[in-house]
Design a binder for this molecule. Structure first.
Ligand code: MN
Length: 205
């Protein structure tokens, strides 16, 4: 069964004014679709791999034959990362604000408070050179902020992404141009903390 583009769980304009409608159309319909098209093509002759969920696929890249491993890492990673990304955001009128639930407590325990956490996440992620992602993971009993290049997923390092922000220019350039820090600062207004809490529970196992 080939991978398919998941529908956005909200309207294309739902993240306005923080993420614009045109960016959402291009990002979801074109960029995400291209990763799916490419990973499906790479797996066309590998039905056992194609039967895995995309998260399982990129969690074990060693199981992928070497001749397609790079394509799967980039495009399977792209499919996994973007599938996560849409769900951890939500309509601007009902998302953002301060974290809730268990993730709020853990952020306070590990970073002091939400503002300190955001500052650390934004500064770390702003420095990711070129295209990549900023991530929040849970390892050794603590939250940790990491970045990855390209479409590399924490799953490939055995880490479950609690949240991640896409800092490829395609994610923000139409509205924010070269001002990645402005995009990073605005993005917190559309974070869906209920979904982040679900992912945190999974990360804790
Ligand atoms: Mn992207």
């Amino acid at each position: 069964m080939a991978y398919e583009l998941p529908a956005l769980p909200y309207d294309y304009n739902a993240l306005e004014p923080f993420i614009d409608t045109e960016t959402m159309h291009l990002h979801h319909d074109k960029h995400h679709q291209t990763y799916i098209t490419n990973v499906n093509a790479a797996l066309a002759n590998h039905p056992a791999l194609a039967a895995k969920t995309v998260d399982d696929l990129i969690s074990d890249l060693n199981a992928v034959p070497e001749d397609i491993r790079g394509v799967v890492r980039n495009n399977g990673g792209g499919h996994s990362n973007h599938s996560m990304f849409w769900t951890i955001m939500g309509p601007a009128n009902s998302s953002g604000g301060h974290p809730t639930g268990e993730i709020a407590k853990q952020i306070t325990a590990d970073f002091g408070d939400f503002d300190a956490f955001k500052k650390s996440f934004n500064e770390t992620t702003a420095k990711q050179f070129g295209s990549g992602w900023g991530w929040l993971v849970f390892t050794g009993g603590k939250l940790k902020i990491i970045t990855s290049a390209n479409q590399d997923s924490p799953l490939s390092q055995g880490l479950y992404p609690i949240l991640g922000n896409d800092v490829w220019e395609h994610a923000y350039y139409l509205k924010y141009q070269n001002k990645r820090p402005d995009y990073l600062a605005a993005w917190w207004n559309v974070v869906n903390w209920a979904e982040v809490n679900k992912r945190f529970a999974k990360a804790k196992g």
